[in-house]
Design a protein around this ligand. Sequence first.
Ligand code: BTN
Length: 257
Amino acid sequence: MFDIQKFHSHRKGDFGKRFIYFDEIDSTNRAASDLARSGVAEGTVVLADSQTQGRGRNTHTWYSPGGVNLYFTVVLIPPVERLHYLPYVAGLSIARALDPWEFDSDLKWPNDILINGKKAGGVLIQTSLEENRLQFALVGIGINVNTRDFPDELRPIAISLAQALGKELEREKFLADLLFELEQLYGRITGMSWEEVKNLVGRRSSMLHDCPVQIEHQGEIKMGITAGLDSMGGLIVQTPAGTEIFYAGEIVSCRKK
Ligand code: BTN
C-alpha cells in the first residue's frame, strides 16, 4: 500500500498538497480528467496503487501492478503558448529526480526514461481545449520503481529502478522528490526560453542529435538522422526524402556508432 502520510512527510513543495488516492483505478489520467473538469487546484496529484487500464502513449497500455510502482497524474494549467514545453519539463523532472543514484539514464524522445537502454518510466500528456482555450493539462507519469519481474513481452524492453539498483526504493520519497523537481521546472515555464529547454533536454538525451533512427508514425516506419527539436517541440529528422518533423510517433531504434 502507498503510504500517504509518509509521502506528505517528504513533500517539499505545493504539488501534491492536494492528493487524491485510489487503491485501484482504471487510469489516473481518466480520473484526473473528471476531477479537473469539476475544477481542482493546479498541482493536484491523483495517484493509484494499481491501474486496471493504465494508458500509454500511442494507444499502448501501461503495466500497472499494485504495491510496487508509481502511477500518478498532475493537473496543470500552463500558458497555452508554453504547452510544447510540458512533455520536456516532465521528462526532465524525472531525470533530475533520478540523479542521486547516478543511473546510466537517457531521455528518449519525447520523454521516455531509459536506464541501461530499457524503459523505466513514461509520460502521457493529455489536454482539454475548449474554443481554443486550454482548460487543463494532465501530466500522467508511470515509473517502474520496485517491480522485480515483468511479463514476457516487456522483459526485453522494461526495467525498474530496483532492478537497476539491486535494492528497493521508497516510492513515497521518490514521488516527493519528483514532484518537487516538476514544480521547480514548471515554475520556470514562462521565464525559460525554448533554447534553454532544448539545451537541458539535449544534455540528457543521446538521441536528439545525429542519431540514425527508425521512427514509427501512424503505422509507417521512417528512417533518418535526428537534428534536434523545432520551435514547437517536434523532432527534426533528415530523411532520404528531405527534412521531416515529428510531433508524435516513437523512436523504435537509434544506433550510434
Ligand atoms: C508511455 O507510454 O510511455 C506513457 C506512460 C504513462 C503511464 C502513466 S501511469 C499514470 C498515468 N495514468 C495513465 O493511465 N497513464 C499514465
